[in-house]
Design a protein around this ligand. Structure first.
Ligand code: ACO
Length: 323
């Protein structure tokens, strides 16, 4: 049984907006196409000197201010991202320095868009086993820095932003109920970014470092995989999907979320997503969506919430929590 509780949440998005109409001036697309196929209106874009560590730092400051929490005694920082400032040091180490936290571990975690649910799962495991007491889990990305703005099939999707959560030891009121995760590395070539020219599964890859995605394949895979995963997480908790108050999937595409909900017979009205104003922010979509739920007053203490991340890898990770 879990002994860990999520005690605070914070978020941050860059000021600069990139609307569908702005994208019409960059590539051959239209506001109508983007809205109909993805549900997205705009995304936020970091400025040249703004990196994932800055977004992470601002998300943690937001958490501290809103919940009157100190992070000086955090004993592990996990930053979930696949757009780190540097290959090394990690964003987590850089964030540790910016926050001035002493005596803490610091690691980055990369499972693409499933990173945040993997990160929360890890934090729960470490605290429940007694190895850690207070863990900061951040999901932050600057996807604009690796987006190909000549490729209309991907550049309309991605944006920048971040969210942070504090997970603390609490035996009496644990947040974590059940989890389910996996990876299908055989299909990794459908979504990647690399600047190395070696092959993957005998296929040559584009090595300019920018995101390459076979959108149709990822779409089909997600609509097939996520409903089964949702079922698996709730079954592990001996619960029915109908008992879940809020479903928080990775915000990749509203059409895809609708298809997942339809297949699972879960009402779309009880789904939280951040894609309309922020686009697909990978590791950040789940904390951003949860924070939208908190700030709009939809999400209440005691609600059963099913988080489901999926993406590059291809990876997936679902968590059932009590808010
Ligand atoms: N504007 C106008 N037309 C476009 C655009 C655009 N931005 N993008 C593609 N098109 C065109 C295509 O060229 C194609 O034209 P054609 O029929 O003449 O060939 C047509 O629209 C349909 O293209 P599809 O790729 O079939 O469009 P689809 O409806 O599948 O939507 C999309 C594409 C939005 C990318 C969708 O497939 C998707 O969202 N996939 C899932 C992505 C995802 O979930 N990623 C998750 C992980 S993200 C991560 O881990 C970082």
């Amino acid at each position: 049984n879990s002994k860990a509780r999520i005690t605070a949440i914070g978020s941050y998005v860059p000021e600069r907006r990139l609307t569908n109409h702005d994208l019409e001036k960059i590539v051959d697309t239209s506001d109508e196409w983007i809205m109909k196929r993805t549900g997205m209106k705009e995304r936020r874009i970091a400025h040249e000197e703004e990196f994932t560590s800055d977004i992470s730092y601002n998300a943690v400051l937001n958490l501290m201010e809103r919940y009157n929490k100190s992070v000086g005694d955090v004993d592990l920082i996990i930053v979930c991202t696949f757009t780190p400032d540097f290959k090394t040091p990690s964003v987590a180490s850089y964030l540790q320095a910016k926050l001035g936290i002493n005596n803490t571990g610091a690691i980055d975690l990369n499972a693409a868009c499933a990173s945040f649910t993997y990160g929360l799962h890890l934090a729960n495991g470490l605290i429940t086993s007694g190895l850690n007491k207070k863990i900061l889990v951040v999901g932050a990305e600057t996807l604009s820095k690796i987006t190909d703005y000549t490729d209309r099939t991907t550049c309309v999707l991605f944006g920048d932003g971040g969210g942070a959560m504090l997970v603390e030891y609490d035996e009496e009121h644990p947040s974590f109920i059940s989890a389910h995760m996996g990876s299908e590395g055989e299909s990794g070539q459908h979504l990647y970014s690399t600047n190395l020219s070696h092959k993957m599964h005998n296929q040559h890859l584009n090595d300019n470092g920018l995101i390459v995605q076979n959108g149709r394949e990822v779409y089909k895979w997600a609509v097939k995989t996520v409903p089964k995963g949702m079922q698996a997480v709730t079954e592990k908790a001996s619960m029915q999907l109908a008992e879940v108050d809020w479903f928080v999937p990775h915000s990749a595409n509203l059409r895809m979320i609708e298809a997942i909900c339809e297949k699972s017979q879960f009402p779309i009205e009880r789904t939280l997503y951040s894609l309309v104003d922020y686009g697909n922010t990978s590791s950040a979509t789940i904390p951003l969506s949860l924070d939208i739920g908190v700030q709009s007053g939809k999400l209440n203490n005691g609600d059963k919430v099913l988080l489901y991340g999926f993406g590059g890898g291809l990876t997936y990770a679902g968590l059932l929590i009590e808010w």
